[in-house]
Design a protein around this ligand. Structure first.
Ligand code: NAD
Length: 241
């Protein structure tokens, strides 16, 4: 995969899947900016913004596009988790998680589209989740946000097809990132919890952030030039085996 000359913005690019994606795209020749609450590790270029704040998002996307000289690829990846059934999360929690996981992607896409329209190789890749379709227990709110991301991906693919902008998503299974690290730390028995997460995957292991990044890079790049509206599972066979 060759990304020389490609200008990419990765949200949630300071950690986990976003950071692995920013590093992979950079290694393959892309110019990359990371939008996140805090800066990415050096030497990645960071633009600080909370995806819940439209003004911050617009300023950060303009900063990134100015620094890179335009935008070809947007990786909408910033997201937060939530545990519980519909009885466990109150309205404020529902609004907050949707505000990040769904509306965050809407805001960043809205700000990035004018730049992407000027690109010859425009692509948006959204980090969705296997939770969008898997029916995972105690993940009602999180799953609902990702189900909405899947629908958004397909609708945006249709809307922007004729503008030459491809829109796809990846559906990771449980991926070994700082997020999962925090989840395990909070568990009563972290080792047993890790074993349970691994057992849920047919491969018996967690997906790595680099494996998800590889799928994102494929979808963002020229090898996927005929692919739009698609969800690519990177889940160790969890969906369907
Ligand atoms: P992570 O916590 O390691 O990284 C997420 C990044 O998003 C962080 O750098 C964080 O600062 C940023 N972020 C969070 N809220 C933000 C906000 N309001 N504004 C700007 N940035 C914000 O987590 P990760 O595991 O790398 O998750 C990345 C994406 O992958 C998320 O969308 C998540 O839903 C998705 N995902 C993760 C897994 C998994 O098992 N790790 C599985 C499926 C999908």
């Amino acid at each position: 995969m060759e990304f020389t000359g490609i200008r990419a913005l990765v949200t949630g690019g300071a950690s986990g899947i976003g950071l692995a994606t920013a590093n992979l795209l950079t290694e393959r020749g892309a110019s990359v900016a990371c939008l996140d609450l805090s800066g990415p590790p050096e030497p990645l270029y960071g633009v600080k913004a909370d995806v819940r704040d439209d003004a911050q998002v617009r300023a950060a996307v303009a900063d990134a596009a100015g620094h890179l000289g335009g935008l070809d690829v947007l990786v909408n990846n910033a997201g937060i988790g939530a545990q519980g059934t519909v009885e466990d999360n109150d309205d404020d929690e529902w609004r907050d998680v949707f505000d990040v996981n769904l509306f965050g992607m809407v805001r960043v896409s809205r700000a990035a589209l004018p730049y992407l329209r000027r690109s010859e190789h425009a692509a948006i890749v959204n980090t969705c989740s296997i939770a969008a379709t898997a029916g995972l227990p105690s993940r009602a709110l999180y799953s609902a946000t990702k189900g909405a991301v899947l629908s958004l991906t397909r609708a945006m693919a249709a809307d922007h097809l004729r503008e030459g902008i491809r829109v796809t998503c990846v559906n990771p299974g449980t991926a070994d990132t700082p997020w999962i690290g925090r989840l395990l730390e909070a568990a009563d028995d972290p080792e047993a919890e890790r074993a349970a997460l691994e057992a849920r995957q047919p491969t018996g292991r967690l997906v790595s952030a680099q494996e998800v990044a590889a799928a994102i890079a494929y979808l963002a790049g020229p090898l996927a030039s005929a692919t739009t509206g698609t969800a690519l599972a990177v889940d160790g066979g969890m969906d369907g085996l």
